[in-house]
Structure formats: structure tokens, C-alpha cells
Design a protein around this ligand. Structure first.
Ligand code: PMP
Length: 393
């Protein structure tokens, strides 16, 4: 059996239709398959490789940390310099109230930790989430997933969760003194890129403050420069009580975090009940990699180039088969008629050396979330392939 057959035989899958492309190398904007074919990457491992694949500084940090020490003890007991340095660097680049970083293994685990924190900090149980939101695949994060179809197969889930309309002023009043937390993606990604209005975000913030409810913003996909500012919430003139990060946070290694004010975080950790326990959360190699990745993002000034690149995509994406293009920075959804036409274009792109896919809750939308290092020439090349794919419809 070849590797592809072994993969299908022994590696458990998330769906019955995996792409099953064998990639043997990745660097910067590109990947190569086992047959030596080169692909331009338009999805960055779903918003993970914001500084490109195998950034030299990230690789170096991993190598150095791996030969210094790897796992020592469960999270939180020993002083480990990669964690300390990354927590400090994050705090230095966040508003003053987001100064305490709890590192996790994944985005979903950060969501779980934040919901637990909200329950203990407020002593309440109510959770408010939004329709079409994606927060992960564990049972807690699945409970707040904004898509019933995906949720239903796993009932019963967490009780006391309300799913409200995203970006609707009418729902604000439903946040009450019973609500422990409101959790929202700052910009909804898997829904097919939906950015709420500034007014709505500010109303949400105000209502949470009035009712003593924690506002948790999930920037696992839209944070770390993706939307054109280091943090997406900056564009709304608000600061969340808890910020969730993941994906690009590890520079390509598995790492998540929930970040809050030290006083709020204390709600989770004080006795008599233990807080959140994680064996590998904040793994020293992942923290070293993540810190090197974030430093590259900041020092190479990648975020400053995002808006112009977004505009170039928007200018080039003109075709009669495109129904709409929604974007926030280098997170773009190209909406077509239906999944069948989108799948045809995606297959065409992959056959022609361009990696793209669809969004979980918007299968009719083509995903464009490239590494932020993408050049003007590469944007033109990506759009040329997509437009040629659209011509085949
Ligand atoms: N929140 C958002 C907005 C996400 O996009 C994702 C992952 N797609 C998650 C949470 C969950 O992250 P993970 O897959 O690392 O658990």
C-alpha cells in the first residue's frame, strides 16, 4: 500500500471525503506534493501560518528549545522561560487589562477554559453565543456552536446556552444579571466572513459591563494580524474581558490561550476548587515557536501590508459567477451559487497548483486566508487561477 492508502486505512478521518493530498514539504507561501508538484497556499493551514510555512526564525526557535528541554511538568508549576517570555510579549502588545495569559493546547481548549473562568468569576451559569459561530469541536465548544445541524448529533450538550442573532441590536437586552458570559467571534470566520458593525460591538460591550457579564472574544481565527490590525477588536474601539487565541499563536505549533486581567483570572485559580488543568498546555517548544512567529509578524511589519493586499484581491476578483465577496483584511469569502459550483472551482484550483477550500458553515464560499507574506505577484497568480476556474462553470 502507498502512503495515501495507508492514510485512509489507519488514520481516522474527520469526514468521509478527505482531500488526501500527500504534502512532503512546505516553505513560505508554497507546498510540494509527493509527485513534486508545487502549490501556492491560499489558506495558510486555516489561518495558522500567518508568517508563512517554516519561517526560519520559528524553525530555529523550535530546534533550540527542543535541545534545551521539552516537557517538564503539567502547566503552571515550573517557571519555564519560553512561556514567561511569550506571556510578557503578548501582554506588551495588548491593552493593559489583558495581562494574564493561560496557555492551552488548542483553540477549543482555550474556549473551554474561558467558559469555566466565566462561571467561577461570576457565579452564574448562563452563556450567550451567536448563530453561525464556530468555537471548536469539544463538547463545551460544540454547545456554543452557532449551527444546529452540527450541534444536534451530539446532544445533550451544555445547558443554559442561548444562541442569539449575530449583529442584531434586538438581542442585546437578552444579556442579563444571569449571564456569565457572552462569547463571540470578533469577525465570524466559518460563517463565511461576517464582520459585525461597530455599533453592535460597542452595545455588546456596554451591556456586558452593565450586567457584570464577561465579554469573551474569540480571535482564534481572526487575530494576530489576519484582519489588518494585530487584534480584530481594535477596529471596534472596545476591549474584551477575555481574549481567545489559537491557530497562528503557535507559529505552526499547537498552542492556544485565554487571556484576561489578573484579577479576573484569579476567579479560576483560587481555592478550594482547582482551576483548569492541562498537561501539555503552553508546551515550551510551542511557546518558543509562537513567540518567534509573533516577533516575525511584528518586526517584519506584516500587518501594515494587509489592507493593500485585501484591496488588490477585491479589485481582481471580478467575474459574472461571483455573487459577492466579503472580506476583513486577508480573510476573504468568495460567494458562488452553491457548493457544487464552489467544489468544481476548488478542484480546478488544486489541479492547477492553488490550495483553497470552503467554509464550514458556508460551503458555497471559496476560502482565501493566505499567509500574510503573500506578494502582489502571488495574489495576481492566485486570482488568475480562480478566475480560470470560474470560467469552467
Ligand atoms: N474558534 C474559531 C473561531 C476557530 O476558527 C477554531 C478552529 N477553526 C476554533 C475556535 C477551534 O480551534 P481548535 O481547532 O484549535 O480547537
Amino acid at each position: 500500500m502507498n502512503n495515501r492508502q495507508l492514510f485512509l486505512q489507519h488514520v481516522a478521518q474527520t469526514s468521509d471525503a478527505p482531500l488526501a493530498l500527500e504534502i512532503v514539504k512546505a516553505e513560505g507561501m508554497y507546498m510540494w506534493d509527493a509527485g513534486g508538484k508545487k502549490y501556492l497556499d491560499l489558506i495558510a493551514g486555516i489561518s495558522v501560518c500567518n508568517v508563512g510555512h517554516c519561517h526560519p526564525a520559528v524553525v530555529k526557535a523550535i530546534q533550540e528549545q527542543a535541545q534545551t528541554y521539552m516537557h517538564l511538568l503539567v502547566y503552571g508549576e515550573f517557571v519555564q522561560s519560553p512561556q514567561v517570555a511569550y506571556a510578557k510579549y503578548l501582554a506588551d502588545h495588548l491593552p493593559a487589562s489583558l495581562n494574564s495569559v493561560y496557555f492551552t493546547n488548542s483553540g477549543s481548549e482555550a474556549v473551554e477554559g474561558a467558559m469555566k473562568l466565566a462561571k467561577r468569576h461570576t457565579g452564574r451559569t448562563g452563556i450567550i453565543a451567536f448563530r453561525n459561530s464556530y468555537h471548536g469541536s469539544t463538547q463545551g465548544s460544540l454547545s456554543i456552536m452557532g449551527d444546529e445541524y452540527w450541534r444536534n448529533a451530539y446532544r445533550p450538550l451544555l445547558p443554559d446556552v442561548l444562541h442569539l442573532h449575530h449583529n442584531s441590536m434586538e438581542v442585546i437586552e437578552q444579556i442579563t444579571e444571569r449571564t456569565a458570559c457572552v462569547i463571540a467571534e470578533t469577525v465570524q470566520a466559518e460563517a463565511g466572513v461576517w464582520a459585525p458593525s461597530r455599533e453592535w460591538m460597542q452595545a455588546l460591550r456596554q451591556r456586558c459591563t452593565e450586567t457584570g457579564t464577561l465579554l469573551i472574544l474569540d480571535e482564534i481565527q481572526c487575530g494576530l494580524g489576519r484582519n489588518g490590525t494585530l487584534w480584530a477588536f481594535e477596529q471596534y474601539g472596545i476591549v474584551p474581558d477575555v481574549l481567545l487565541l489559537g491557530k497562528a499563536l503557535g507559529g505552526g505549533m499547537p498552542l492556544g490561550a485565554f487571556i484576561a486581567d489578573r484579577e479576573v483570572m484569579w476567579g479560576l485559580t483560587h481555592q478550594p476548587v482547582l482551576g483548569h488543568i492541562t498537561t501539555f498546555g503552553g508546551h515550551p517548544v510551542a511557546c518558543a515557536a509562537g513567540l518567534a512567529g509573533m516577533k516575525a509578524l511584528v518586526e517584519e511589519n506584516l500587518v501594515a501590508g494587509v489592507a493593500a493586499k485585501e484591496q488588490l484581491f477585491l479589485a481582481l476578483l471580478q467575474h459574472e459567477r461571483i455573487r459577492a465577496v466579503r472580506s476583513k483584511g486577508l480573510m476573504l469569502a468568495v460567494e458562488l451559487d452553491d457548493f457544487a459550483s464552489n467544489k468544481k472551482v476548488i478542484d480546478y484550483c488544486i489541479a492547477n497548483g492553488l490550495i483553497t477550500d470552503w467554509f464550514l458553515f458556508a460551503p458555497q464560499c471559496l476560502r482565501m486566508v493566505p499567509p500574510l507574506i503573500i506578494t502582489e505577484e502571488e495574489i495576481r497568480e492566485a486570482c488568475r487561477i480562480i478566475l480560470a476556474g470560474l470560467d469552467t462553470l
